[in-house]
Design a protein around this ligand. Sequence first.
Ligand code: MN
Length: 196
Amino acid sequence: MFELPKLHYAYDALEPTIDAKTMEIHHTKHHQAYIYNLNKARAGTALEGKTIEEICKTGTETPAVRNNGGGHFNHTLFWEILTPGGAKEPVGNVKSALDAYGGFEKFKTDFSEAAKTRFGSGWAWLCKKADGSLEVCSTPNQDNPLMPVGCGGKPILGLDVWEHAYYLNYQNRRPDYVTAFFEVINWDKVEELYNK
Ligand code: MN
C-alpha cells in the first residue's frame, strides 16, 4: 500500500512563498486522497507490487490509476524539490545541463511560460532526456512525462499549477505564484534526481 510521505520541513516553513494552510490541506487532504484512491484502484490488479514509476508508465489506460497514480508521483516529487530558503541557482551536473540548454535564465523563462500557460489544471516540468539533456514541458491534470504525454523525459523538477496549490494566498494570480516558486527550489535535490 502506498502511504503519505512525511515532509522534511514544517507546513509554515515555505512562507511567504507557500502559506502553511495551503501546505497542510495540499498534503493531508489532496495528496492523501490520491493515495487512498490509487490503493483502491490497483487492488486486485496486475499493478499491485509495482513501483509508482512503473504505474505511471504502464497504468495509463485506467483513468482512476492514471489520475491518482500521477497524483501520488507528482506530489511526492513536488514536496522533495521544495525547501525553505532554497539555493537560488542550480548546481553540479544540472547547472552544466542547463548551460547546454541555453542558460538558467532561458530555463526560468521557458518553465514559467509553461506553468503560466497551462490551461486549467496541470503541471510544469523540467525533465532529463535519455541523452542527459534537459527539456521543459507541461502536462494536464495529474499526468506527467512518464506517461505517453509531455516531453518523454524523467521529471526532476515539477510545479503544481492546480488552483488548490496557490489559491488561498494568490487567488487568480498564478504568475505571482510561479515567480515566487523559484525562491523555494531545492536544487541539491534536483541534482540528486538528475544523477540517479
Ligand atoms: Mn496538488
